[in-house]
Design a protein around this ligand. Structure first.
Ligand code: HEC
Length: 121
């Protein structure tokens, strides 16, 4: 029954591919643009590539996602940062870019908890 096994393996691959494509398609244009801006402005340098915090620099920033702050709070932090984060003015990062960065951060899903990962049980 090799042929059947092969066919079902192909069917499984197709289903997996469709699920993967569906997952990618969930990020709309604002989220995709926001991701590029987030990386391009160097937020990721301090806050990690998916907002997980840490980053690579000495002034490592806190975790920004999942459960990202609302747009207004992110905007406020950029314009008048508390602590050691550098200020990003409207001329450097316009409000519309902050909105897309906010959309991106809010679209980052939570990871699985330890008890949902087989190897950690
Ligand atoms: C040089 C490092 C650095 C860069 C670059 C940076 N941040 Fe930060 N950020 C920080 C630090 C550090 C804090 C925490 C403030 C503190 O403790 O001084 C912070 C705090 C924040 C907070 C508040 C988080 C909270 O939970 O209170 C937000 C939102 C934020 N940053 C967004 C951004 C965005 C968006 C960018 C890119 C446009 C960015 N940051 C770039 C270092 C950085």
């Amino acid at each position: 029954m090799r042929a059947t096994t092969g066919a079902s393996a192909i069917a499984r691959s197709v289903v997996a591919l469709l699920l993967l494509t569906a997952g990618i398609a969930q990020a709309g244009p604002a989220e995709q643009r926001g991701r590029k801006l987030y990386l391009g402005y160097g937020c990721s340098y301090c806050h990690g590539s998916i907002g997980q915090g840490g980053g690579r620099s000495g002034g490592a920033g806190p975790k920004l996602a999942p459960d990202a702050l609302p747009y207004a709070a992110i905007l406020g932090q950029l314009r008048q940062p508390y602590g050691i984060m550098p200020r990003f003015s409207e001329r450097i990062v316009p409000d519309c870019d902050v909105a897309d960065i906010s959309a991106y951060l809010r679209s980052i899903p939570a990871g699985k908890s330890a008890h949902e990962i087989d190897l950690l049980r």
